[in-house]
Design a binder for this molecule. Structure first.
Ligand code: PPE
Length: 304
């Protein structure tokens, strides 16, 4: 359950959490065209900071552009509103959810001149797949659902409606006793998790899926950069489900999921069934950067 905080930013003003309501005929609620972001703010040794705020704002604007929703604010204004949402709620560590959506006006698939509305909420959110998953790894399955085909969904946009596919896959996986689903693309190659990008480690090399039909993860690009800095070779190449089965290590990345090891896929142990050394080294680096303990990427942090 969500733990309410005080305020939510809606269309330029802060409103009380309980009053952050919209009309039932809000266009996006019916047809799913809305754009969102997921951003984390971390508590660090010298205060709190938002991880890669500007990259998230850029992606939100890209998503709105793809969805032809004209943003009523500029990037600077929106970035400031995000920081203010964390401050006003006196949160030191939280998850931030900006949402751009098509408001009330005309109904029918064509949104006409309905207003484009924007909201920003923040709340406390712990480990997405559980604390145990972060240390001991999670169990995933290959989904019976296929991930988006490039000409069905435009995955460079983080569009709300696309997440129906994720919900289906996630529920199916949880009901079968797994923690998460990994989806294959329309050609049968690994694409991504319901809310995460996927990496494998084999013979000391890191491999992740190319960007063709996945979300361009901001954590993904950070991890690629960190690996390269540590002289770990990284390739963006498609791979099959059995290449994951025989990988030495598998992990997923995402704002919510952070860097979570995968210890088992389709009931096959990955490596020795424990998070591997490269995964854990990258996870350690990631957490020390977001918490401001490792100063090597301070440009990724926006202080609150
Ligand atoms: N793929 C998908 C489909 C995805 O939803 C996410 C983020 C990623 C990859 C990783 O992207 P990034 O966060 O930029 O590293 N998923 C968001 C929503 C999760 C949710 O359940 O809500 C997130 O992690 O915030």
């Amino acid at each position: 359950m969500l733990e309410p905080v005080e305020k939510i930013w809606m269309d330029g003003k802060f409103v009380a959490w309980e009053e952050a309501n919209i009309h039932i005929l809000t266009h996006s609620l019916h047809y799913g065209l809305a754009a969102f972001e997921g951003i984390r703010c971390y508590k660090g040794k010298s205060g709190s900071a938002i991880f890669r705020l500007h990259e998230h704002v850029d992606r939100l604007f890209d998503s709105a552009h793809i969805g032809m929703m004209a943003m009523p604010y500029d990037k600077k204004h929106l970035a400031e509103a995000i920081v203010e949402t964390v401050r006003i709620n006196r949160l030191d560590a939280c998850y931030i959810r900006p949402l751009v959506y098509i408001g009330y006006g005309a109904m029918g698939v064509h949104p006409g001149d309905n207003p484009i509305r924007v909201a920003i909420a923040a709340w406390k959110w712990g480990a997405y797949l559980g604390d145990d998953a972060l240390t001991n790894g999670m169990r995933a399955c290959i989904s019976s659902f296929t991930r988006h085909h490039v000409n069905v969904s435009m995955t460079k946009g983080k569009i709300s409606g696309y997440y129906v596919n994720s919900i289906m896959a996630k529920r199916e996986a949880k009901m079968a006793g797994y923690d998460e689903a990994i989806l294959l693309d329309a050609e049968g190659y690994v694409s991504e998790g319901t809310g995460e990008n996927v990496f494998i480690v084999r013979r000391g090399k890191l491999k992740t899926t190319p960007l063709t039909s996945i979300l361009e993860g901001i954590t993904r690009s950070a991890v690629i950069e960190l690996a390269k800095e540590r002289n770990i070779p990284v390739v963006e190449e498609r791979f099959t489900r059995d290449e994951m089965y025989v990988a030495d290590e598998v992990f997923v990345t995402g704002t919510a999921a952070e860097l979570t090891p995968v210890r088992e896929i389709d009931n096959r142990k990955i490596g020795n069934g424990k998070p591997g050394p490269i995964t854990m080294a990258l996870q350690k680096t990631f957490f020390s950067i977001v918490r401001g303990e490792d100063p090597s990427h301070v440009s990724w942090l926006t202080r609150i």
